[in-house]
Design a protein around this ligand. Structure first.
Ligand code: NAD
Ligand code: MG
Length: 390
């Protein structure tokens, strides 16, 4: 029986993970849940169903409220970053599903890595911000990082077809989002509602906006650099509107190995949970004939500038990716709140990146400081955008 801590249980990935875990009750027991304050009723319902020993929420008031909701249950409710860290690394779990959104997931995810646990990683922002710290900690502790992100999960599967020194490049596929084919001028007027309508995947709001700007693919390029130890020049992106080929590896002999499946996150979640074993499909299997034809086209970096900015941050190194990620979280929030237009998201990021040369990102403290500083800089850039429009 493997003991699982699920961080971000009320989110899109969290709910899919609980579905997978529910089908595999003879193999996995959930010992801890953690989530933000947004959907406390749902979190209480989940806790009553899976009966973990521990539930963590960031806010003290939320914890008090959750204790009331769970009165009479033998479940301990803990609060704050300390509580999240306990859920990740002090709950007896040997497998942690990291599915909190954004840099908020960094400290608990790193705690699981430092404790030498197996980490099924959906929270790409944690690795983007602290790739150096996280991968070094994994080497030192013996932790295993298994990618849940569908592209990286696909690459992990494809890499089993050859040796690491035989890889020429990897190709991450991107759906292109709801605005594929639009011109830069057409992006100025798109609304949050339009941007939240993803053509192939159903996901949380932040990653859905990132998919519309292509920043999600940019974050994934950086994520791939750390997961697979490849230089930026060996990580390519291709637009594939059907979201059926989840990603590919090209080996030195020219063979391209691809992984295909339906766009349902339960597939990569189950793979990460049961690796190296494969079990029966947890969701609909792919109908190849219905999925045809499969198309591939190049990304348009002039219209979708976020992808190029991510490569630039990766090349710059140090804390540039952490700062880019933090600025992006602020810019996406500002767009969703109607404070900046869609096509000014990259302008905010560019201003933050250019504000100073990269510093070191070799300790958690340095990464957290860079994250805070970039958020401040991004808030100022957003304010300037808002003033400029008045
Ligand atoms: P979501 O918004 O649906 O869920 C986020 C979860 O994180 C919720 O449970 C929320 O309560 C929790 N959370 C937010 N802030 C928190 C905080 N400060 N402390 C504790 N918990 C907090 O997001 P999602 O779509 O499930 O994405 C989660 C992560 O997985 C993201 O990093 C995303 O990039 C990645 N991912 C998601 C998908 C997908 O299909 N949804 C695919 C690939 C990768
Ligand atoms: Mg992805």
């Amino acid at each position: 029986m493997r003991k699982v801590a699920l961080l971000g249980s009320t989110g899109s990935i969290g709910v899919s993970a609980l579905d997978v875990l529910g089908r595999l009750r003879d193999r996995f027991r959930v010992v801890a849940l953690a989530a933000g304050g947004g959907r406390l009723g749902e979190l209480a319902r989940q806790a009553r169903e899976v009966r973990p020993a521990l539930v963590a929420v960031p806010g003290a008031d939320d914890a008090t409220r959750l204790r009331e909701l769970l009165a009479g249950e033998p479940i301990e409710v803990v609060a704050g970053e300390e509580g999240l860290v306990r859920a990740a690394a002090g709950s007896g779990a040997d497998l942690v599903i990291a599915a909190i959104v954004g840099a908020a997931g960094l400290v608990p995810t790193l705690a699981a890595v430092r404790a030498g646990l197996t980490v099924a990683l959906a929270n790409k922002e944690a690795l983007v911000a602290a790739g150096e710290v996280m991968t070094r900690a994994a080497r030192e502790s013996g932790a295993t990082l298994l990618p849940v992100d569908s592209e990286h999960n696909a690459i992990h599967q494809c890499l089993r077809a050859g040796r690491a020194d035989e890889v020429r490049r990897i190709v991450l596929t991107a759906s292109g989002g709801p605005f594929r084919g639009r011109t830069a001028g057409e992006l100025a007027a798109v609304t949050p509602e339009e941007a939240l309508r993803h053509p192939t995947w159903e996901m949380g709001p932040k990653i859905t906006i990132d998919s519309a700007t292509l920043m999600n693919k940019g974050l994934e390029v950086i994520e791939a650099r750390w997961l697979f130890g490849l230089p930026p020049g060996a990580i390519d992106v291709v637009i594939h509107p059907q979201s059926v080929v989840h990603s590919m590896v090209e080996f030195r002999d020219g063979s391209i190995v691809a992984q295909l499946g339906t766009p349902d996150m339960r597939h990569p979640i189950q793979y990460a949970l049961t690796y190296p074993e494969r079990l029966d499909a947890p969701a609909e299997r792919l109908d190849l004939l219905a999925a045809s034809p499969l198309e591939f086209e190049p990304p348009d970096p002039e219209t979708f500038r976020c992808l190029a900015l991510a490569y630039r941050a990766l090349e710059a190194g140090g804390d540039a990716p952490a700062r880019l990620n933090a600025a992006n979280e602020v810019a996406v929030e500002a767009f969703l709140a109607g404070r900046i237009p869609f096509d000014r998201i990259p302008a905010v990021l560019e201003r933050v990146l250019e504000a100073r040369p990269p510093g070191p990102a070799d300790t958690l403290e340095a990464v957290l400081a860079a994250d805070r500083e970039a958020r401040e800089a991004a808030r100022r850039a957003v304010a300037r955008e808002t003033e400029g429009r008045r």
